[in-house]
Ligand binder design. Structure first.
Ligand code: HEC
Ligand code: HEC
Ligand code: HEC
Ligand code: HEC
Ligand code: HEC
Length: 340
């Protein structure tokens, strides 16, 4: 989208919803319970004291939730207004943890901002500890620390439900344990303390994707057995967006060299609601073949005459409508089994 039309959109929205903004800001600044005189409304306010957290967030998909070209294209530049609910949300504490978020009409370039997650209903800051001595005066909130703080936006495609049904939920390994790992933070006086990562690695991070599944190719008599186990995704693999796909591919090698094309052995994916074609070989129409946490999928393939080896690959695809050369495809694992 061109900058001029983006500004145009922003201006239209601002004009139309000025009243809402005025109402919101009044509510935030004048509330009697507010202990700090600062009115928290933008992530940039936190930057001066939380520079490292700010830089991590800026590199994350939460920060680009409203500016992401992929989202702009699919939402028709947010003319589909319902897309703003989670991509340009008001603070969770105001709309309710675990409840569907509602759109705001300010700070368009901040997507899911510090304010979206950390602002309290009385205009203060939510965190793990009560810290009245600290400039931003954070206060402990159980709801803020709970999985509900992710569920408001991350259960549209059942990621939170998948997690609740998994052994990770029983172990107490929550979303933040995997997506916001502990990191060391420097204090102004050169001492350090432990903090939590604000990058939220997921489908755009190869290392995170590679951790999720254990992929194997072995010979069993006159068959090749490909297997994939979801060892480290705390929900289905792949999860969320219905176009995410994990593909198991193979090709046999003869003395003349490898077959010209790869064959799809299995595709793990959740189909669109109205999709009639099965998502991959062996799947039923409408069947969700995503692999639940801890589960294993195996596929058996007969070894053809003259084969001297088989090559197998596991791919992650941001969308199934792309080939191996596309930047939307990531090669996760590769195996070769000799067939003497
Ligand atoms: C004027 C400086 C300053 C600003 C501005 C500021 N903070 Fe802080 N904040 C601090 C300091 C200092 C600490 C304590 C860090 C430590 O423990 O060493 C802190 C701690 C925190 C904590 C941790 C609380 C806990 O559980 O221990 C959170 C969460 C937090 N800030 C969020 C924010 C957010 C969100 C913003 C912006 C809306 C913000 N802060 C703005 C100075 C600031
Ligand atoms: C209920 C909250 C919610 C609503 C409403 C919502 N989204 Fe999302 N969207 C998310 C979450 C959470 C993700 C991250 C999960 C993922 O990437 O699979 C996401 C991711 C995306 C992505 C992938 C971005 C990327 O970089 O790959 C696109 C595209 C997208 N949304 C488009 C839309 C469109 C278009 C609409 C409106 C029709 C919409 N969203 C409405 C929560 C929502
Ligand atoms: C207010 C809505 C909202 C909340 C709350 C929220 N997210 Fe997100 N999250 C999104 C959206 C929207 C995206 C996708 C943005 C995009 O790609 O354009 C996203 C993306 C992600 C991604 C995917 C990044 C990638 O590159 O694929 C992860 C992981 C993630 N969020 C984890 C979390 C966790 C963990 C929590 C709870 C601590 C959380 N989110 C809370 C809306 C939210
Ligand atoms: C045990 C570790 C673990 C836990 C717990 C966990 N995840 Fe993940 N998550 C992963 C791994 C690994 C991936 C990459 C593979 C995949 O996409 O399934 C991932 C991927 C994601 C993505 C990227 C999807 C996309 O299409 O962009 C989102 C969003 C996400 N997780 C959200 C959550 C939420 C919300 C929770 C809690 C309800 C959670 N995760 C719990 C490990 C975990
Ligand atoms: C998607 C929700 C979300 C967003 C967006 C978010 N945070 Fe956090 N933040 C959390 C969660 C959850 C914790 C972990 C609390 C805990 O377990 O200790 C946390 C912890 C913190 C902490 C204390 C730990 C540390 O690493 O220092 C600070 C400070 C903080 N956030 C500041 C910020 C700032 C500044 C921004 C914006 C640049 C921001 N947060 C954006 C959810 C969020």
């Amino acid at each position: 989208m061109k900058l001029s039309s983006r500004l145009g959109l922003a201006a239209t929205l601002l004009a139309g919803f000025g009243g809402v903004i005025a109402f919101l800001s009044r509510g935030m600044s004048a509330h009697p319970l507010t202990q700090t005189s600062t009115r928290w409304e933008s992530s940039t306010q936190c930057k001066q004291c939380h520079e490292d957290v700010y830089a991590e967030w800026l590199s994350s998909h939460h920060a680009i939730a409203f500016t992401n070209p992929e989202v702009r294209a699919l939402s028709d530049d947010f003319r589909k207004e319902e897309c703003m609910d989670c991509h340009l949300p008001r603070p969770l504490a105001i709309t309710g943890f675990g409840k569907r978020t509602l759109p705001r009409r300010t700070h368009f370039d901040e997507g899911v901002s510090c304010i979206s997650c950390h602002l309290s209903a009385d205009g203060g800051i939510l965190g793990r500890n009560d810290r009245p001595e600290v400039p931003c005066k954070p206060k402990r909130s159980e709801e803020f620390l709970s999985v509900d703080a992710c569920a408001s936006c991350h259960n549209q495609h059942q990621t939170t439900d998948q997690w609740r049904a998994s052994h990770f939920a029983q172990l107490g390994t929550d979303c933040a344990a995997c997506h916001m790992p502990e990191v060391e933070r420097k204090r102004g006086d050169k001492s350090t303390r432990m903090g939590r990562g604000h990058v939220w690695p997921g489908a755009h991070d190869k290392a995170t994707l590679q951790k999720a599944g254990k992929f194997e190719a072995v010979r069993d008599g006159n068959e090749i057995v490909l297997s994939l186990t979801n060892v480290a995704a705390g929900h289905n693999f792949p999860t969320e967006e219905r176009h995410r796909a994990v593909d198991l591919m193979y090709r046999f090698v003869t003395k003349d060299g490898p077959a010209a094309t790869w064959t799809l052995a299995h595709r793990a994916r959740q189909p669109y609601r109205d999709e009639a074609e099965p998502v991959g070989p062996g799947a039923a129409s409408g069947e969700n073949t995503q692999l639940p946490a801890g589960a294993t999928k195996t596929v058996r393939i007969a070894i053809p005459e003259g084969a001297i080896a088989v090559e197998a690959r596991m791919w992650y695809r941001l969308t199934p409508f792309c080939d191996d050369q596309s930047p939307l495809s990531t090669l996760l694992e590769e195996r070769r089994v000799e067939l003497p």
